[in-house]
Design a protein around this ligand. Structure first.
Ligand code: SAM
Ligand code: DTB
Ligand code: SF4
Length: 319
């Protein structure tokens, strides 16, 4: 296989030039990078579970779970360990290699972290990869998660530094980067990406990908979410995003971070099968498998299986 050099010095002009390419030139380049680094007919599948729902202190303008907006979502306490492990077993049964647990917290409290650690240990005992997303972490919390065997920590940058305070004001971009750095330094794989369709510009999309690629290490997983518009949130009426722009973003992420797994994440409900196929062609090679994301609907597993068959793709537990 070709060794694509990993770069951490992308400039805005270069990345904007990628976005500006004719669509097929961009996809051709992305597919070339993809093939040099991955089997293009394989897709990794992860299953997601919201282990603690709603009531979050942060004000992320897209989120159904923020306590700042009335989205009609009912708050739920942290789930019981056994209930979570039952869901993990079911996910393993359908072939998921990674079990991702999300909690609507700004930062976990110690008593809650103790419970999450039991969940992580239980998932590891099933021989699955364990991923958690719990908000910001201090160094001690990162160490506890590392010791429990967490494989991935999800913490998205979500947008560019410049656009960030249009979306959330209860934390800063640097808070976000700091947690990511701590996680990386502890040797936990980072899963970090963002949301497209927040009303940001192409320059913001480029800026976000540059921040991700210019981290000391490229995140192992890069989830690219399309905004799911949630009634009651400030972004409920965000302008519709051109699907081609979403696909372009995946392609540019693939070119910039050639060895990272790029996950076609939220928003698949509003993509056609053809749209999803173009996302795979652009270099996406992972998705969330299951009927729900955290609080919103996802494509069902039988629809995904049918699509994989039609495209001659294989679902694999991990890369
Ligand atoms: N509270 C933690 C945090 O913010 O890091 C973990 C859970 S949070 C819901 C995880 C990610 O889900 C967010 O960073 C965002 O990228 C994504 N997300 C949340 N709501 C979304 C929506 N309506 N549309 C698309 N992505 C969304
Ligand atoms: C990520 O980037 N996307 C996932 C996962 N990481 C945690 C979450 C998507 C959430 C979509 C909105 C919802 O279901 O509430
Ligand atoms: Fe809370 Fe995460 Fe939702 Fe922001 S995205 S409101 S931090 S659950």
């Amino acid at each position: 296989m070709n060794q694509t050099p990993l770069r951490h010095d992308w400039t805005t002009a270069e990345v904007e030039a990628l976005f500006d390419l004719p669509f097929h030139d961009l996809l051709f380049q992305a597919q070339g990078v993809h093939r040099a680094n991955f089997d293009p007919n394989e897709v990794q599948i992860s299953t997601l579970l919201n282990i603690k729902t709603g009531g979050c202190a942060e004000n992320c303008g897209y989120c159904s779970q923020s306590a700042h907006f009335d989205t009609g979502l009912e708050r739920e306490a942290l789930m019981a360990v056994e209930e979570v492990l039952e869901a993990a077993r079911a996910a393993k049964e359908v072939g998921a290699g990674r079990f991702c647990m999300g909690a609507a917290w700004r930062k976990p409290k110690q008593q809650d972290l103790d419970v999450v650690i039991e969940m992580v240990k239980g998932v590891k005992a099933l021989e699955m990869e364990a991923c958690v997303t719990l908000g910001m972490l201090d160094a001690d919390q990162v160490e506890q998660l590392k010791a429990a065997g967490v494989d991935y920590y999800n913490h998205n940058l979500d947008s560019s530094r410049e656009y960030y305070d249009k979306v959330v004001t209860t934390r800063s971009y640097d808070d976000r980067l700091e947690t990511i750095r701590r996680v990386q330094q502890a040797g936990i794989n980072v899963c970090s990406g963002g949301i497209i369709g927040l009303g940001e510009s192409r320059r913001d999309r480029a800026g976000m990908l540059i921040e991700l690629a210019n981290l000391p290490e490229h995140p192992g997983s890069v989830p690219i979410n399309m905004l799911v518009k949630v009634a009651g949130t400030p972004l409920a009426d965000a302008p519709d995003l051109d699907t081609f722009e979403f696909i372009r973003t995946i392609a540019v992420a693939r070119i910039m971070m050639p060895k990272s797994v790029v996950r076609l994440s939220a928003g698949r409900e509003s993509l056609s099968d053809e749209g999803q196929a173009l996302c795979f062609h652009a270099g996406a090679n992972s998705l969330f498998y299951g009927d729900r994301l955290l609080t919103t609907e996802n494509k069902g597993t039988s629809a995904d299986d049918a699509l994989f068959t039609r495209l001659g793709m294989r679902a694999i537990p991990h890369h």
